[in-house]
Design a protein around this ligand. Sequence first.
Ligand SMILES: Nc1ncnc2c1ncn2[C@@H]1O[C@H](COP(=O)(O)OP(=O)(O)OP(=O)(O)O)[C@@H](O)[C@H]1O
Ligand SMILES: [Mg+2]
Length: 347
Amino acid sequence: MEFKSVFKTYGDNTVVDNLNLSIPEGKITVFVGPSGCGKTTSLRMINRMVEYTSGTILVNGEDNTARPAHELRRSMGYVLQQAGLMPHRTIVDNISTVPRLNGVSARQAKSQALELLNTVGLDESFAKRYPSQLSGGQAQRVGVARALASESSILLMDEPFSAVDPVVRADLQKELLRLQSTLGRTIIFVTHDMDEAILLGDYVAVFARGGRIAQFGTPEEILREPADDFVASFVGRDRGMRRLTFASGADVPIHPLDAQQTPWQQWQLNVEDGRPAGWRIDDRVIPGGSLFVAGGTLRDALDSVLSSPSGWGVVVNEQGQVLGLLKSDDVLEATERERLNRYGVSA
Ligand SMILES: Nc1ncnc2c1ncn2[C@@H]1O[C@H](COP(=O)(O)OP(=O)(O)OP(=O)(O)O)[C@@H](O)[C@H]1O
Ligand SMILES: [Mg+2]
């Protein structure tokens, strides 16, 4: 997919200003940027829910104005900013509408819809409900299921997870990445949340006000070398922390449980069935911090240390069994090695 010198104006107002962008096939490309910078407009020009003023958009190598707009629209999955379900239709009908329009039999569309419900973590009891009977998070899951139902290789997702709480959001993000690892679709995902962009994007396009692209690259490139002050400030003060998402925490040494020394020695890790169960101090037990799953990122390693009541990060394996402890000094040393490595400087 490709944008070539695309403009969109409303009267005197240019909301998309000479957009040139090649969107890699089979990858997730995220449009990120502040409110009102033209992300939704750019997304909607792809399936012509918004008609552009000038320029060309190629979809699968073909000018997207060559086909009738309704046909183009149906050929792509689309998730709206607010799930956008049809209120008078059941969940199962909401999911199967587009496949039905595309000629799939009623039976097949229904069984596929039920399968998709499962995929997004809802059981079949939801099929007969109406959108008003769902929570915001459930409705967004249905929105994602509906987009997946269009068998198209292209999915357009406009802030699909913005209306849900952070826990559900993290869940949906993980689910999307899991699905994408088997589906390999071309996904364009809009968000104004840089963390979400970094987590989900194979590529990220940072939009600036006035519908101009300030930078296009991998999340790592953008964090390492923001193109200008705008990108640097949008990427935010946490840039240093975020970068650690791309560094492995695998070479941070893991200490045995009895390695604790002053000033932490009064803390004891409670272990039940091999799993961490809080930190004991005097006669109290305090819930533990975030766990570091062995082989995780340096950001996870640092977070496990910073969030731990004892100051020691707890390392577990994939099954949640305790493997040992991380020490903050070791984590900081690893960040230092990573920094030198990043710029190709030897210590
Ligand atoms: N139909 C319209 N008529 C006039 N101006 C419009 C219209 N649609 C959008 N705009 C303007 O175009 C600009 C870009 O809007 P757009 O919805 O693409 O922003 P966005 O980046 O998606 O923002 P948000 O993060 O808030 O969703 C805004 O200034 C908006 O007011
Ligand atoms: Mg928008």
